[in-house]
Design a protein around this ligand. Structure first.
Ligand SMILES: *Cc1c(COP(=O)(O)O)cnc(C)c1O
Length: 402
């Protein structure tokens, strides 16, 4: 028995059973590639789940971590620390938001965002506390965020869920209007739904929702945990839709692999007073130094523009595959958040065929795969990935034809 399968058997006994893993133990990464225990190389189009924005072990982040690890790792938020301040400055200078709170994950950022909206409701909206969210959304795994996440499979095991959330149809401004009541303090949306299958709304959806929020005086909360930090071809997706959130959450790509989240607010929505929210680890110097190095690199090198170019190239290549394989139903996405949908539930099979040929992709739905590679991938690497995908699709077609 190989060492690898021994580790994997052990893991299956040790961990709570929450995920079906691929039979691969990854031990090392560099740039857009990872290696398993047996030395097999993979081109990584999962990217640590849209997290490794600058690729695996990017030198600027490694350097920042090394230096900060020797200087100060954790201090608690009772004290000022420089990396967090530098990061907050960079985030606010480059967004429409004014203030920041650092958390450890996307779910925790969204929890804070909703708490802030509830506090706003208490002060300014007669105690309104309800937040409208959408079906097929994803906002995280805490109990409240499961209630916010409009997907039955995530909610069913935990009913009764915390109250204060109403799930309505996505890409339908009227549904939000109908669900708005005296109790509503905000609307929380992903500009593009990531986990729900890379669902792109109509161009005017967010603008209409923003208009409604302004009319009613309720808050627009954008969950940019997946779409933020350059993923869709601009630093934040909201600018592509010409809207400005009152509150925005971030996480995944912010730290190039270190666990950090954040929620940001406009001054008018920054209604917390000391003691109302907190975190032990959030915003510690180590993760903030890594996130600062990440964001600085992304801004200095205009990575969002490169994402737009590489993403367009990649999407066009996927469209070409669609012409060659009738069972591809649709290619969709923006920047380097792309999905390929099939006319049957073959996504797992496609992912396994790609894996066997050295490409990591994500099964986002039973009938769709998702690509969320490092933002720094080259068109050469896209060509390589598309070549592997094509071979994999051919193998599946041949098998189906007997
Ligand atoms: C991944 C994700 C989250 C949850 O982030 P965690 O860090 O896993 O808690 C929330 N919202 C969106 C849009 C996400 O993609």
């Amino acid at each position: 028995m190989s060492q690898s399968s021994e580790w994997q058997e052990l893991a299956d006994k040790l961990f709570l059973n929450t995920v079906e893993r691929f039979p691969v133990t990854l031990v090392r990464g560099e740039g857009s590639r990872v290696w398993d225990e047996e030395g097999r190389e993979y081109l990584d189009f999962v990217g640590g789940w849209a997290v490794d924005s600058l690729g695996h072990c990017p030198p600027v982040v490694v350097k920042a971590l090394e230096e900060q690890a020797r200087t100060l790792i954790q201090a608690s938020n009772q004290f000022y620390t420089v990396p967090a301040i530098k990061l907050a400055l960079l985030l606010t200078e480059n967004s429409c938001l004014d203030r920041v709170f650092f958390s450890n994950s996307g779910a925790e950022a969204n929890e804070g965002a909703v708490k802030l909206a509830r506090k706003y409701g208490k002060i300014h909206l007669n105690g309104a506390y309800e937040v409208i969210t959408t079906y097929e959304s994803f906002h995280g795994r805490t109990l409240a965020m499961v209630a916010a996440t409009g997907q039955h499979k995530f909610q069913a095991p935990y009913i009764p869920l915390p109250e204060g959330f109403t799930n309505v149809e996505y890409n339908n401004p009227e549904a939000i209007k109908r669900a708005t009541s005296e109790k509503t303090c905000g609307v929380m949306l992903e500009p593009i739904q990531g986990e729900g299958g890379v669902n792109i709304p109509d161009d005017d959806y967010l603008k209409k929702v923003e208009g409604w929020c302004r009319e009613r005086g309720i808050l627009l909360i954008l969950d940019e945990v997946q779409t933020g930090i350059g993923r869709t071809g601009t630093l934040f997706a909201y600018s592509q839709y010409n809207v400005e959130p009152d509150i925005m959450s971030l996480a995944k790509g912010l730290g190039s692999g270190v666990p950090i989240g954040a929620f940001l607010a406009k001054e008018k929505a920054s209604v917390f007073v000391p003691g109302e929210h907190g975190t032990t680890f959030g915003g510690n110097p180590l993760v903030c130094a890594a996130a600062y190095a990440t964001l600085k690199y992304i801004l200095d090198n205009d990575i969002p523009r490169k994402v737009k170019q590489t993403g367009s190239y990649f999407k066009a290549e996927l469209e070409r595959l669609k012409k060659q394989f009738k069972f591809i139903r649709e290619v969709r996405g923006r920047g380097l958040l792309l999905a390929m949908e099939f006319d049957s539930e073959i996504a797992q099979k496609v992912a396994m065929e790609c894996l066997a040929r050295g490409l990591l992709v994500n099964k986002v739905k039973p009938n769709a795969i998702r690509f969320m590679p490092p933002l720094i991938i080259t068109t050469g690497e896209v060509d390589e990935a598309v070549g592997i995908l094509k071979k994999s699709l051919k193998a599946i077609r041949e098998e189906a034809n007997g």
